[in-house]
Each structure stands twice: as structure tokens, then as C-alpha cells.
Design a protein around this ligand. Structure first.
Ligand SMILES: Cc1cc2nc3c(=O)[nH]c(=O)nc-3n(C[C@H](O)[C@H](O)[C@H](O)COP(=O)(O)OP(=O)(O)OC[C@H]3O[C@@H](n4cnc5c(N)ncnc54)[C@H](O)[C@@H]3O)c2cc1C
Length: 384
């Protein structure tokens, strides 16, 4: 595996890893609500979960376009990248703003799989989408910060050693701008002995997610990422990468649904002919296919700009919006094509249908992308 191999070769290799994890594997996990430990292990051993870690720290040193291809192929195989993708999303914050000491300490171990950085603690019950209103505080006391507050829907905490946490270090009424005074930390969850409560939340799909309560949780001052008070900017920096990677997962889902729907439409015979011979069945599949392929073009544009170090906020947001809509459309089309079998767990459509629905809401909802485009691209008045 090298960082220069073509996307086609990379796709082939990822497919090979995913081939060991067929539909039955994901269905069983879904039923048991179990973490795909074996899959995550295989993806780690193949190096893919350390794809964005530079080679000097033991990673594959790939660019975002390659990372996107990996996650797309994972979802296209019928798997779900959700349980393991955060390592890629959070990497930007650590790579760009982490100290050399933090990078040397953690990145080689993350690349080898000895440590997992799969948890990202931003969302809070009260603040919701309005991140700068978050209420979790981190107060400096000598060589430590003391963290208090609550977080909600923080995924993979029980399968992660490290967590990137966003907390307020300067009270809101003491900062010039709401986005200041927030700081990012790299918490070593293994070292937290007291004060952190992790309560699992059962959600629609098989995704280990939790409500967290921090009560006087102590973390060394060395866990601060970059400068105190600049955390919101650091997290925002990583969001374009996150949007592009999520878009790639949605495109993978969309292609999976379209392939399944097309196969079914060819095979299933009703009224003496394949259902796919009816335009009422084939047109919606063709339409969804066109939308997935169009979204992929925007995703490619966004990742190319990102890799060239150019500004890509609008493209990354549009890629996520279009891809999430296209995968959701494809999910509905597949569900309709399968008829009653679509809701039958054995056929796998309903599982993926639940999984891909999340991307209308998380990690950023469609409305927030539209308001970003309206305000920043079209110059319309800010709506909130
Ligand atoms: C399964 C799952 C896993 C998650 N994993 C993580 C994780 O690992 N880490 C993490 O930090 N977070 C995580 N999240 C949280 C996720 O990012 C949030 O749920 C999401 O950002 C939306 O926030 P909210 O749920 O508080 O919605 P709210 O803020 O309550 O918003 C509800 C609805 O109102 C809309 N809305 C709000 N304000 C406006 C406005 N001004 N204009 C128009 N519409 C508006 C929103 O778009 C949304 O549709 C996860 C969520 C889920 C469900």
C-alpha cells in the first residue's frame, strides 16, 4: 500500500478487506447492537484507519481524496464506516494544531492500532447545533484543567482511548466573540479515573453513542490542543474534511442502494415480467443514479480543492448536502423497488436505510448547510 497508488487500485484493496465482512456480519451486529470490533481491527491492520497520518508518524500519508475513496468503498460494500470513521475526521485538528510532543506521543500508536482516537465530544443537550453556546467548562488549576458539563450523542467512547473534546475555558460574558474562549483537548480516556459517566443511548442504527457527564474530571494541561481559547477555530478547520468524508460515505451508500435496486428490478418477476421493465420502477432508479453521480462530482471537486490547499468551504458543504440527499433518495428508491422485502431485515435494505438517514442530521444538518450557503455564498442576511 503506497500513497501514490491509483484510486482504482486503492478501491480494489479496500474491497478486498471488506469482502471478509458480508451482509450477514452486519446484520448480526445490527441485531445485537454490537461494535464491529473485527472489522475495525481489519481496517486498522490494513492501515486504512491511519490513512491520513503522515508516514513519518507511521501512517499511510494519504491525502483527503484517497481517504474519501476508502470510506466510499467501505459503505459501497454494504458495510458501515460509522463505527470507525472519526479517526479520519479528527485527524486534521491534531495534525494541524497539535504540538510535536502530542503528535509523537499519539500518532504512531494510533497508526499501529495500539490506540484509538474515535471519540469527538462537541454536541451538548442544551446548545445543540449552536456550538458556541456549549456549557461544558474546563478551568485551569495548576498543571491541570478541571472539566465539568454534559455532552450528548458522543459516539464510540466505549471503543476509543482518546477523545477530542471542546469545552469553554473563558466564560461567554468575558469574550469579545462567542467563538472565542473555547478550547480543544485531547483527552486520554484511559487516564480518567473519576468523574466521567458514560451512559449509552440506543439509537435507530447500530451506532455506539453516549450521554457523557463530566464532574470535576481532571486532565493534564498538556492535553490542550494548540492555544487556549482557539478551539472552535481548530474544530471548524477540520469540518471541511469531515463534510467531504461524509459525502463519500453517502456516495458509497447511494451506489450500494442503486446496485441492489437494479439487481432486484431485473430478477423479480411480477405480472409475468421483471418489475424493472416498468418505467415506474426503472425511472426512479435511473434518477437516483444520476443524482448520486452528480453529487460525486462535487465531492471530487471539494476534495481536489482541499488537497491543493485551496478554500473549499462551499464545495465541501455542497458535496455533503447533495450526497446525503442522493443517498437518501436512493435508499427510498431501493425500499420501493424491493416492495415488502425492503422492510424485511434479511434483505439488508432496511438496515442501510436507517444508517444513511442519519446523514440528513449529523454531523451537520441539511438546514445548517443551506444557511451557510445562503449567507456565505449568496450574501443573504444571516438567519440566526
Ligand atoms: C447517531 C448520532 C451520532 C452522533 N455522534 C456525535 C459525535 O460523535 N460527536 C458529537 O459531538 N456529536 C455527535 N452527534 C450529534 C450531532 O452532530 C447533532 O445531533 C447534530 O449536530 C444536530 O444537533 P441537535 O441534535 O442538537 O439538533 P438541534 O440543534 O436541536 O436541531 C434540531 C433541528 O433544528 C434545525 N435547526 C436548528 N437551528 C436552526 C436554524 N437556525 N435554522 C434552521 N434549522 C435549524 C436543525 O437543523 C435540526 O434539523 C451525533 C448524533 C447522532 C444522532
Amino acid at each position: 500500500m503506497t500513497k501514490t497508488e491509483s484510486h482504482a487500485e486503492l478501491r480494489q484493496r479496500v474491497r478486498k478487506v471488506c469482502a471478509d465482512f458480508p451482509e450477514e456480519y452486519w446484520q448480526e451486529l445490527d441485531l445485537e447492537r454490537r461494535y464491529p470490533e473485527e472489522f475495525v481491527q481489519a481496517m486498522t491492520e490494513s492501515g486504512y484507519l491511519g490513512a491520513l497520518i503522515p508516514e513519518e508518524y507511521g501512517g499511510l500519508g494519504m491525502n483527503l481524496s484517497q481517504a474519501a475513496v476508502i470510506l466510499e468503498e467501505v459503505n459501497r460494500s454494504g458495510a458501515n464506516a460509522g463505527p470507525s470513521h472519526a479517526q479520519m475526521y479528527t485527524m486534521g485538528t491534531l495534525l494541524k494544531h497539535g504540538s510535536e510532543e502530542q503528535k509523537r506521543k499519539y500518532l504512531p500508536k494510533i497508526a499501529s492500532g495500539e490506540l484509538r482516537l474515535q471519540a469527538f465530544g462537541v454536541t451538548e443537550p442544551e446548545a445543540g447545533t449552536d456550538t458556541t453556546s456549549l456549557q461544558t467548562t474546563a478551568v485551569r488549576e495548576g498543571g491541570e484543567y478541571v472539566v465539568n458539563g454534559r455532552k450528548i450523542y458522543i459516539s464510540r467512547v466505549q471503543h476509543s482511548d482518546l477523545m477530542v473534546l471542546l469545552a469553554r475555558t473563558t466564560p461567554l460574558d468575558e469574550v469579545e466573540k462567542r467563538s472565542r474562549g473555547l478550547s480543544a483537548f485531547l483527552l486520554d480516556l484511559r487516564e480518567i479515573v473519576d468523574g466521567l459517566t458514560v451512559e449509552p443511548r440506543r439509537v435507530m442504527m447500530n451506532n455506539e453513542t453516549n450521554a457523557l457527564t463530566f464532574e470535576d474530571v481532571r486532565t493534564p494541561a498538556s492535553s490542550l490542543i494548540g492555544e487556549e481559547g482557539q478551539g472552535f477555530r481548530y474544530i471548524l478547520d477540520g469540518l471541511n474534511a469531515e463534510r467531504i468524508l461524509i459525502a463519500a460515505e453517502c456516495i458509497g451508500d447511494g451506489r450500494w442502494f442503486i446496485e441492489r435496486a437494479s439487481e432486484r428490478a431485473k430478477e423479480r418477476v411480477v405480472f409475468g415480467r421483471p418489475i424493472g421493465q416498468n418505467q415506474g420502477i426503472q425511472f426512479p432508479i435511473a434518477q437516483a443514479h444520476a443524482h448520486v453521480e452528480a453529487a460525486d462530482l462535487m465531492r471530487r471537486k471539494a476534495s481536489a480543492l482541499f488537497d491543493a490547499g485551496e478554500s473549499c468551504g462551499a464545495e465541501a458543504n455542497m458535496a455533503k448536502l447533495l450526497a446525503a440527499d442522493a443517498s437518501w433518495e436512493a435508499a427510498n428508491v431501493a425500499m420501493q423497488t424491493f416492495g415488502g422485502y425492503g422492510v424485511d431485515a434479511e434483505y439488508g435494505i432496511e438496515r442501510k436505510f436507517r444508517e444513511t438517514r442519519l446523514y440528513q442530521v449529523a454531523p451537520i444538518s441539511t438546514n445548517l448547510i443551506l444557511s451557510y450557503l445562503a449567507e456565505h455564498e449568496l450574501g443573504l442576511p444571516r438567519s440566526f
